[in-house]
Design a protein. Sequence first.
Lengths: 123, 528
Amino acid sequence: MTTHTDVLVVEDQPDVRGSVADILRAEGYDVEEACDGIEALDILSRHQVGTVLLDLRMPRCDGIAVVEALADPPPIVIVSAHGLADEELKKIGSKVVGVLRKPVPPRQLLERVGSLLRGEGAC
Amino acid sequence: MRRLLHVAPLSLVLAVVIGAASIVGFVFFKNSADQQERTLLESDNSQAALYVGSVFSGIGSILDSLATAEVLSNGSPAVFASRAHALSASNQLNLVLAGKQGAGYVVTSAVGPGFTNGQVLSPTVSATLARAGSSFSTLVSYDGKKSAALFAVGPPLTSAGTAIFFRFTIDPYVKSPVTAARPFALIKVALYGAPTADPGALIVATVPKDQIPLTGDVVTDHATVGSAKWTLVGAARSSLVGSFARQAPYIILGLGLFIALLVAVTVEVLDRRRRYASNLVEQRTADLEATLADLRAAQAALVRGERLRALGEMASVVGHELRNPLAAVINALYLLRRRLGEPAEPEYEKHLAMAERETSKAATLAEDLTAFVRPREPKKEEVDAPTLLREVAEASPPPAEVSLDVDADPFTLVVDRHQLAEVLTNLVTNAYQAVNGDGAVRVTARTTPSGAELAVEDNGPGIDAEASQRLFEPFFTTKHDGTGLGLAIVQRLVEAHGGTVSFDDAADRDGARVVVRLPDQAVRATAS
């Protein structure tokens, strides 16, 4: 039994995670929050997720591991304070649709999420 | 070559001084030896003259005894002949008694060849006999083969009107035992029976005919023979002062010149060694100083590198750690703005706008810090220079009232397109800010013998000397709201391409000019 969720926000920093989720909810999206990779994988196993905003550096299970664990992932946008190192890009580049660097201006984030949910894919 | 010819003044002076001293010594000893030689020669010749005088005085006593007999016998020719025969040891000698008849003399009694009784004597012999007295007169003649010497006495030793003479003839060049004895062993002489060295009056010479008359260093002395004055010319057979005394001046000269040369060469060699050593010391000192300077530069570079590394680490931490709080604040401000409207009520709007502005600056700083720290290996590709410049100009158009002039030679760069664009964008943006909204900015790209040169210049107020020194230091800025990382990032990117970036402060130009110099490898060879 899977439920639909528009956006899954995976972020270990509660303030960041909360504010991103609030911005998305204010626009009317269904948002799920995960504080690390394990929680994210759990949610992904139970929900049909429209798009994932995924942080990289997290305790327990990081973003790279999440992407690697997913055989057929939904559109994933990496949102990180750190850039994506070359070897990381090599590992997961084909499975993500974009990389955004924090702080991401909210309007840019909304545009990106909107286009992904409308099925416009990677850009 | 010039170096070889360079002689130390000291060695030259020493050589000249010692050489001059040896020449003076030579002249002095030579003169002294010559003088001594002449003194000895004169002394020997005068001895020889005395000897000659004494030899011929013997003839005087023979004539004396004959004159006595003549007077006692009242001029008896028989008595004279008998006495003369007794005295004449050889038939070559003439002893003649003559009597005056008219203007000349006639032989009364004679011993030896060539004279007979009653023979009228020649005017020259008669004149000699007329001059004869108690001291004998002489007549010497040399015909080229034989010389004849005549010695005559007359009154008062003889009776009035008579004269007695002694005559002998000899070959002047015949060797005699006399010449083997002193002083003739040392000197060669020619004896003339006349007051001067008259060749026609030569009596005897102690050298072969071809050496007469004597030449060179000769001395002349006179011997008194009877009433006559004979001439004796002498010259040394070999050095009278001895061969050493003769050679000494030459030895002194030779030795002196040799010592002069030796001293000069020694001094020169020592001086050259000293010069070589001192040059070596200078060179080594210069090398050492250069090494020290290099070391200091290396140390400075190391310190700078260390500083940059520490700065980099700090910037990295700050850059990343700022991002999460910034994200939270920016999101919160967005939510507030959404709630309060745009513009919000004036009471909130002021604070909200300020918070948005400052968070935006902080976000820019975080971007710059990350860009500064992030090691970025250039992904090189061929980039058309004019196209690159045009793209930069289009992406960063000048503000109103600012003109932008782009001028690129047609050539191809081999660089990371994005990084080079970032470099140029940064420099062009700085130039826009420098002219402060009113001025001209010019971007050029040229190939140079060593690679390529990209320059951005403006006609703004320029950069003062102190600031230009620190222009590329991280966090150094002349702008009130700059992070001070723009040119530091530019420098990193250019250096990653093996190039340099510098501020060109030509005094003859207003404004600022920043030049990016790229190496040869960053330019595609035009031939390919």
